[in-house]
Write a protein that binds this ligand. Structure first.
Ligand code: CMX
Length: 423
């Protein structure tokens, strides 16, 4: 099979033509309406964005290029990236070529470490990660080629270059952030020839005598890779990239969105909620205690972290996958047992509140307990793990949009007078 670059060079011109002729033929047809509720409510359900890397079905969850997530959960993150972009998994040769390419790009320049070391000790790890990506912007091939002049149909080529470099460097940077921020010792370098998930696990420096932590990292990176185009991080990345800001600016922007407590930062809240629950009841709580605590959280006007979703209306398959991993490897861990029991109780309570559209767990409800078990206990760091994965989806979407020449994003806003005049 051809390398990723060759495969895209075959596919992108056809994709561009397909979209172009579709726009020409159907450009005037209406596909979506907007109610005032949607207008004022985060545009929920309004169809206004093309995303061919993945879809999220309310009842099935994440489907990557036609593959339901749990059917491809054993694929490695680099294979997933290949598939997000091309719709196919690489054969052994193409996978090896991609891994060697990432190896070559993995070096993180010294100036990045200098900046990270100079940041205040209490900086949030997400602020450190995003600063590092912005500092690296000077490496952008896209920006250089754009300023030298290139045709629109070439945009995807340097976008892919930059994206691969970001993908190759982000595990080292993220692991470095962990070691610097929490005083775990020197930064551990990337190991040539080791896959992305195992490399990240190794660079974090978490002891892993059984190899289970590396297995968890592969799963984690695969599960969080993409979630169609309208979530805050993907949409932010898309908007910034639509101005032809290069992939470094775009990735950093998207990840700043991921750092919000209603999006990627929720995973740090989830484990907190579980541990507080355990502390309050002196160990693994009973179902009655969980019920009581959930109601107290709601009565205090707080959200139950890890539950609910803007699109999903069923248990997130990513949660189900993590639950399966936990049952297989750490069934007797008390934190994991609490997570599993919370899953038996919380949906029943949330269902009593009709305004909560989805009472089921999302991806963040379970992953923290697994990380905690293997010794990654700095909750604030969890969104960085999410970022290392999500950057794959954001970059894949960006490359495809550059491939088809998507226009600058510019929806129309209305002032309240205009809005009220329309109803
Ligand atoms: N606990 C308590 N209340 C909840 C809730 C939860 N888990 N989920 C939704 N609600 C509430 C909302 O806060 C909202 O209340 P108000 O009308 O008073 O503002 C109401 O139910 C309706 O919300 P919704 O339409 O069901 O959900 P949204 O699309 O507005 O929000 C989400 C989705 C994820 C932000 C929300 O479910 C939430 O805050 N969950 C907890 C945080 C969380 O787990 N986030 C992780 C998301 C995963 C990801 O990043 O993809």
């Amino acid at each position: 099979m051809a390398t990723l670059q060759k495969k895209l060079a075959e596919q992108i011109p056809q994709y561009r033509e397909k979209i172009k002729s579709f726009a020409k033929e159907h450009g005037d047809k209406e596909i979506s309406k907007v109610t005032v509720g949607q207008f004022l409510g985060g545009l929920r359900g309004v169809m206004g964005l093309l995303c061919d890397t993945s879809v999220v079905e309310p009842d099935k969850g994440l489907i990557i290029r036609g593959y339901p997530l749990l059917e491809i959960k054993d694929k490695w993150p680099e294979e997933i990236f290949f598939c997000l972009l091309t719709g196919e998994f690489p054969d052994a040769e193409a996978k090896k070529a991609l891994q060697m390419d990432l190896d070559k790009r993995s070096y993180v320049p010294e100036y990045v470490w200098d900046v990270l070391m100079a940041m205040p000790e209490d900086s949030h790890p997400m602020a450190m990660l995003n600063t590092a990506i912005l500092v690296l912007e000077r490496e952008s091939v896209f920006r250089k080629m754009y300023s030298e002049g290139m045709t629109k149909d070439q945009y995807w080529i340097p976008a892919l270059e930059d994206s691969l470099s970001i993908l190759a460097k982000i595990p080292s940077i993220a692991a470095g952030v962990y070691r610097i921020r929490y005083g775990h010792g020197d930064v551990i370098p990337w190991t040539m020839g080791l896959d992305l998930g195992a490399n990240y696990a190794n660079m974090l420096g978490i002891p892993d005598p059984t190899g289970e932590f590396a297995e968890l990292m592969r799963l984690y990176l695969t599960f969080h890779c993409d979630h169609e185009g309208g979530n805050v991080s993907a949409y932010t990345c898309f908007t910034v990239a639509s101005a032809l800001s290069d992939p470094y600016y775009s990735a950093s922007a998207g990840l700043n969105g991921l750092a919000g407590p209603l999006h990627g930062l929720a995973n740090q809240e989830c484990l907190n909620w579980i541990l507080e629950l355990m502390e309050k009841f002196g160990g693994v709580p009973t179902e009655e205690e969980i019920d009581k605590n959930t109601r107290e959280t709601l009565a205090a006007g707080q959200v139950v972290p890890g539950y609910g979703h803007a699109v999903l209306r069923a248990t997130d398959p990513r949660f189900a996958g993590f639950l399966e991993f936990g049952k297989q490897h750490i069934p007797d861990d008390p934190v994991f047992m609490t997570v599993a029991r919370v899953f038996d109780v919380v949906p029943k309570v949330l269902k009593e509140f009709p305004k909560i559209k989805n009472p089921w767990p999302n991806v963040d409800a379970g992953s923290g307990s697994l990380l905690y078990h293997y010794g990654l206990r700095e909750f604030e760091y969890y969104t960085v793990l999410f970022s290392v994965s999500r950057v794959m989806g954001m970059m894949a979407q960006l490359i495809l949009h550059r491939g088809i020449g998507t226009a600058i994003n510019r929806p129309k806003s209305l002032d309240f007078n205009r809005l009220s005049g329309l109803v």
